[in-house]
Design a protein around this ligand. Structure first.
Ligand SMILES: [Mn+2]
Length: 326
């Protein structure tokens, strides 16, 4: 670790392990509107620390209905503790505000250990364990446990497996390398419930299919970029929530000859969330940051008040401009 790294509070797996072991109480927080990487990573770390005798508080502002089957899910709390934890551990967040305002207010009064795989991480922690190339935060949690010799139980293995499966689209993305598959194999040896994870990641409901039919009816492929959008009203009509459309972008992303995808969702009246995916040669992370958002090079997002068709046009031309300059 270089001097610069130390100045930024960067730590390695062993040091992060020592920091956690030195604490009596640990709070683990992950981003609002979580997916299985955020929840699985939080639960895996939480269960491991409980086995080490720590007082653990696992916080997520929103929770995730489709992850309720994960072992230990009932430990997730939507409220914050009265006490100040010795270590405030933030997982899967590029910026501290991703955990929500109240969580961030408590965090800054504590010692923060930031564990993340986002390239754009703001290193907001007192200590930062950042592995930007990791395909999922779950991979970092696995290595943290393994390198410190902490026991990986069947329940912990299932949570980490879910985290990795989610962020790699069930091992389909180009981010999957031999290390990812080796870790997945180890997790299966530890007893990870692969079938339950797969079934849940592919889980569906009638309302989701109704929402999907609207989404599909609006697909447009513009210069090799697949696009679609949904209004708040579309969700309300079929009693669907944001969670229901979480993987829609991956569907259009998988269309043959498509090099990127854009999905615009209306969260509040007139306020839109834009999600983007791309092939390795395009950097949608840069585009997201231009609009005040964030994410990874090939998966990123931002909020805007610009209407769907207009913002889609803008982002498509930004992607095409990028390609011209390669
Ligand atoms: Mn993640």
């Amino acid at each position: 670790m270089s001097e610069d790294d130390k100045k930024n509070g960067r730590v390695d797996f062993e040091e992060a392990g020592r920091i956690l072991l030195s604490a009596e109480s640990v709070l683990i927080a992950s981003h609002e509107g979580p997916e299985a990487d955020a929840i699985g990573s939080s639960l895996a770390l939480g269960l491991a620390l409980e086995n080490l005798g720590k007082k653990v508080w696992i916080y997520n502002k929103d929770g995730l209905e489709s992850a309720k089957y994960l072992p230990g899910y009932e430990k997730i709390r939507k409220d914050l503790p009265e006490f100040i934890p010795d270590i405030f551990c933030v997982v899967d967040c590029a910026t501290l505000d991703r955990i929500g305002k109240k969580g961030a207010e408590l965090a800054v009064r504590t010692t923060i250990l930031n564990i993340d795989h986002h390239k754009s991480s703001e290193l907001f922690g007192t200590f930062n364990l950042i592995i930007p190339d990791a395909p999922a935060c779950g991979i970092i949690i696995y290595e943290l446990l393994e390198k410190n010799g902490w026991k990986i139980t069947k329940d912990i293995a299932t949570n980490i497996y879910a985290a990795i499966a989610k962020d790699t689209m069930c091992f389909l993305l180009h981010t999957v390398d031999s290390k990812t598959l080796n870790i997945a194999s180890k997790l299966v040896e530890y007893g990870a419930e692969v079938y339950r994870v797969m079934k849940s990641i592919r889980y569906s409901t009638e309302r989701k299919f109704k929402l999907l039919s609207t989404f599909l009816s609006r697909i447009k492929i513009i210069n090799g970029i697949a696009t679609s959008y949904l209004y708040k009203e579309d969700y309300e009509k079929v009693s669907a929530t944001k969670d229901d459309s979480e993987d829609f972008i991956d569907l259009i992303r998988s269309i043959d000859n498509v090099k990127g995808a854009i999905f615009v969702r209306e969260d509040e009246k007139g306020l839109f969330k834009v999600s983007m995916r791309s092939d390795p040669h395009i950097d949608v992370g840069i585009i997201a940051r231009e609009y005040g958002g964030g994410g990874h090079k090939n998966a990123a997002g931002f909020n805007t008040r610009i209407h769907p068709e207009e913002i889609i046009q803008k982002v498509v031309s930004q992607i095409l401009d990028q390609e011209k300059n390669i």
